[in-house]
Design a protein around this ligand. Sequence first.
Ligand code: HDE
Length: 683
Amino acid sequence: MAKDQDRYWNDKDHQLDKFTQDNKGKEMSSNEGTKISNDENTLKAGLRGPTLHEDFLFQEKLAHFDRERIPERVVHARGYGAHGEFQVYKSLAHLTKASFLQDPNKITPVFVRFSQVAGSRGANETNRDVRGFATKFYTDEGNFDLVGNNIPVFFIQDSIKFPDLIHAVKPEPHTEFPQGQTAHDTFWDFIGSNTESAHMMMWIMSDRTIPRSFRMMEGFGVHTFRLVNREGTSHFVKFHWKPVLGAHSFIWDEAQKLGGADPDFHRRDLYNNIEMGNFVEYELGLQIISEDDEFMFDFDILDATKLWPEEEIPVQIVGKMTLNRNVNNVFAETEQSALHPGQIVPGIDFSNDPLLHGRIFSYSDTQLYRVGTNYQELPINRPVCPIHNNQRDGQGRITINKGQVAYHKNYLAGNTPKEVPPREGGFSTYPSTVEGIKVRKTAPSFEDHYSQARLFWNSMSPVEKDHIIQAFSFELGKVETVEVRQRVVNMLGKIDHELAALVAKEVGVKRPNVSQVSVQQSSAALSLMNQPRYPNTLRVGVLIADGFDGDETKYVLSELEEAGLELVFVGERLGDVEGSDGVKYSIDETFLTGSPLLYDGLYVIGGSDPSRYFMRKTRNFVRDTYNHFKPIGATEEGAVIIEQMNIIGKPGVIVEREASAFVNEFVTAMAEMRFYSRVYRNV
Ligand code: HDE
């Protein structure tokens, strides 16, 4: 934590610091503390060996190395984490007694792990996939884990189907491909055979599953939870995270190619922005339904394949989370972090959602296997409040519990640790009424699989609809079994005839003859087109060569930075480029190490006498940026280079001779992000 000694330290920072160590400048020793004089040679009998069995230092080093890996998470294996803080805007005492939601002045440390579901730990990060958004709040009443996704609904309604879903999405067992992708037979066979997935399927085929950044995606708790206040009144709640920068996505062509250009794109983006001081902010939103209104809706609020339309049940913004510190060690912190949706604090409780109930078992179970019996004692998982109970021992036990007594009830320790009554902060389950006969059945109220899938479709803009059609055509196009393709297209027919007909044509199956659900409504909240847009933290590739106009460039670039844009200097080779009047900039990326995929827009400055290579590469960069609908700016020499490309005057191509007008127009274009009107007529 040396680099941020000056920053305000919260309780978790202080706790983690006790376990954090820096080897720099220190003497080398074994794990047992023996100082090491030679770490380059094994102990041998004679210069040419053999190695001696007594080399205890070698044995310790290799044996530890042999055990460095722990099992990767069975899902969400690839992920990246960061630390931060949460504060509520004003007291939520009317809804919940949870202490971290009472006082706007209370700072609650958090750790967030973002992830992708299907890929293994080494998968590329821009694959089409649902992203995990898992938050551990280290509250003063214990940890509360909000383990959500960037999609508000899920594939299945009952947790007993989860292993089947995951077996279907993972690489096929007889070949072990494809890696981290849904575009294969078993996944779509599962979808076509389990039609409750219809709604989720629409979300995953939308641009939501190819987010531009972890910093630019929404988070959803998905399940219905309860908030319970001090008077014992319960409300149903859905949790939302709204990114302050808005939710934005790649387009498919970019996402696919980025897998090659930078397979670590998302973690690099998060890490670099936090290091640059662009702290990452999300607002916490709540949708609330009172107990009395449980049955007021045309969907069952316990069904995780349904969302609560924001127009009917508005999202109340109640607080803000800021991610402001990268981890010091990815294994110790992110990999060993153990998130568990069954981990709640007083004032929060579960609903009867059958998917949630399965998770309450699965996560602690998986941590016991993956991390170990005492996983909660590891620094990253430890609560910041005191822990006292009679649980003892097990592999890797860290705490040394003193004393004779490890049981309840007792006389010898005055019957301590003592139970805490609910009014003094002890957890008590909300006393909801439960009755019924034992059954293995799905409730009839869970049977509508298509209405909200159509609500989603109705809510999409023409561009988003086109992307969804293309996504289905790509994914099903990769499915080898015709019948599997046909079954999915038949499902689409129940959502929308036109969608089904277009996809059927693309993937060579029959147009389905089924009736579509009759939902007419749409929800503006579901379209990414309605998200807030800002230039802040967007990356501009600045294409520059020797002999540029120094004064003008200095002015424009400082204004662009002022507007919050990140400038990346791209040139022919690393080193400095020099302007006509001696102004110098250092090149960050060359045409070889950089790629137009890595920038949200291009600013072509050029130079007084650019090489043919510079001009050719610049045109290539501009072409890709244009095809990805991203803004392009050019001044003076830059404009000359792109002149023959027939794009000047097209939407989002800003060629302006006057510097301050250029800055204004280019910053506005960057904030707009995409100019689909280059190709689509009705946007
Ligand atoms: Fe998970 N899920 N899940 N899941 N999930 C895991 O726990 C599981 C579900 C989610 O960054 C595993 O620690 C079951 C919904 C995230 O560490 C495992 C069911 C949602 C993460 C598991 C679900 C999620 C996981 C694997 C159906 C969105 C990563 C490793 C009942 C609300 C957390 C682990 C992190 C991870 C089980 C469904 C989100 C096996 C049984 C719905 C973000 O326990």
